[in-house]
Design a protein around this ligand. Structure first.
Ligand code: SF4
Length: 447
């Protein structure tokens, strides 16, 4: 069968799509671009904002329009949180973010029933739509981690390794705990096995990813925690860079830093989710730390690493955020001296406590605050980039005649070179600083 997949959302969703793609290829199907006419379409949806729900619906409609007779299967977080809204969209199969392999079985079964009867070259006829098969489960009762070895895809430099699923933090603006359920962890031995196999496949970087990796091990109840996992994976793939997905500040303790800072191949880049630099706002967000505890984490990372890359996410214009609260956030950002930031105007997500909070901030004010925060972030990023002389870069791709890659501290680097630098680790002499990246020249090593 010709199958087209469209994925929205985070690294975990992309990872699960990679696993489905690998499985479909193993089952002899052909993967085709989403714009193509396919026998079946898979839409792996995202529910993180109202906009991602809207985009998911748009793509589902597009699939149906592209081939009215195709089998359309919808999975992922939006299908989990809003299955009825999806069911109104002429689809054949609706499943959540778990049970990915069963989802593929169901898709094949429906397709066999639909397509099997028709000779391949027979004109496609519109079959009367029957009610979709809905296999969305009560995600809150999911206990087992769905072990989906993705194994990475051809041509990729960096491989993701999903080690955790679910979240129980219930930040007041976030729908994810209702979409992904409780914490489930990939057992340490399995993570080590996967890391080894990715290294053998030639990947030079492995990203430990999950919905909330700081909670890794909580459900295993064997005393192991994220520090133990990182140590085991670094030792299992000593020639690979190991990079961490997003971390919660509570994870960064003296003991954690002491444990991981001895690992030579762990990238000194920490994406430490902040969301707000004002304690009152953090409280309304139901975040599990205050600015003092957050800053303690930044200080610890700077104590154990030289100039670590400390990046973050920030929500501006959260309900009730006053100009005074926002200025506290701006001041706290400067104090932390982030090396890069993702800044998001607050997006009201139906089904979350924050969506019905008083003091919703007008769109124009949110955008103006996002602009001011982005200006401050760009200044801090430039200050950080200007201090580098020579860096080691893992090159990923060539675009517009420039090879691009990242340092271990996750700064982007661009060089002009006639060589094929794909998946190459090379030392670069920095020659300049661009908008959020370093310019440089490959250092020709003496033979
Ligand atoms: S930590 Fe908070 S923001 Fe992150 S997934 Fe969990 S509930 Fe959502």
């Amino acid at each position: 069968m010709k199958i087209a997949i469209c994925t929205l959302g985070c690294k975990v969703n992309q990872y699960e799509t990679q696993a489905m793609e690998a499985q479909l290829l193993r089952r002899g199907h052909q993967l085709v671009p989403f714009e193509d006419r396919a026998d079946a379409y898979i839409i792996n949806t995202c529910a993180v904002t109202a906009m991602s729900g809207h985009k998911s619906r748009q793509i589902i409609r597009r699939a149906r329009k592209q081939n009215p007779a195709a089998v359309v299967g919808v999975c992922g977080c939006y299908a989990q949180t809003d299955p009825q809204a999806v069911a109104e969209l002429e689809v054949d199969l609706i499943s959540g973010p778990s049970g990915r392999m069963i989802f593929l079985d169901d898709l094949e079964e429906i397709a066999a029933a639909r397509l099997g009867s028709r000779a391949p070259q027979a004109p496609v006829s519109q079959e009367p739509m029957v009610a979709p098969r809905i296999t969305v489960k009560n995600i809150m009762s999911t206990k087992i981690f769905e072990d989906l070895p993705a194994g990475g895809l051809e041509g990729r430099t960096r491989a993701m390794l999903k080690v955790e699923d679910g979240c129980v933090n219930f930040c007041s603006y976030c729908i994810i705990p209702y979409a992904r359920g409780p914490v489930r962890s990939l057992p340490l031995a399995r993570a080590v096995e996967e890391a080894r196999s990715l290294a053998e496949k030639g990947y030079k970087e492995i990203v430990l990813t999950g919905i909330e990796i700081s909670s890794w091990g909580q459900d295993l109840k064997n005393g192991q925690d994220l520090g133990d996992l990182i140590q085991a994976v670094c030792q299992a793939a000593p020639d690979c860079r190991i990079r961490l997905g997003s971390l919660e500040p509570r994870t960064v303790t003296e003991e954690f830093c002491r444990q991981i800072s001895s690992l030579h191949n762990l990238c000194p880049h920490f994406h430490l989710s902040l969301q707000s630099g004002c304690d009152a706002t953090l409280k309304r967000m139901n975040r599990k730390y205050d600015t003092a505890r957050y800053y303690e984490s930044v200080e610890l990372l700077c104590k154990y690493y030289v100039n670590p890359g400390v990046t973050t996410d920030l929500i501006v214009g959260f309900p009730g955020e006053t100009e005074e609260e926002f200025s506290q956030t701006l001041a706290f950002m400067e104090k932390c001296a982030f090396t890069a930031m993702h800044i998001f105007p607050y997006s009201r997500r139906p089904g979350t406590p924050a969506a019905s909070m008083p003091g919703q901030v007008p769109k124009a004010v949110k955008e103006e605050r996002a602009r001011r925060a982005a200006e401050a972030a760009a200044r801090m990023e430039r200050r950080y980039l200007e201090q580098w002389d020579k860096v080691e870069v893992l090159f990923e791709e060539e675009r517009d005649g420039l090879w691009r890659g990242h340092t271990t501290r996750y700064s982007e680097v661009r060089v002009r070179s006639g060589e094929n630098l794909h998946n190459q680790l090379r030392r670069v002499q920095v020659t300049g600083v661009g908008e959020g990246y370093l310019e440089g020249e490959i250092i020709l090593e003496k033979q």
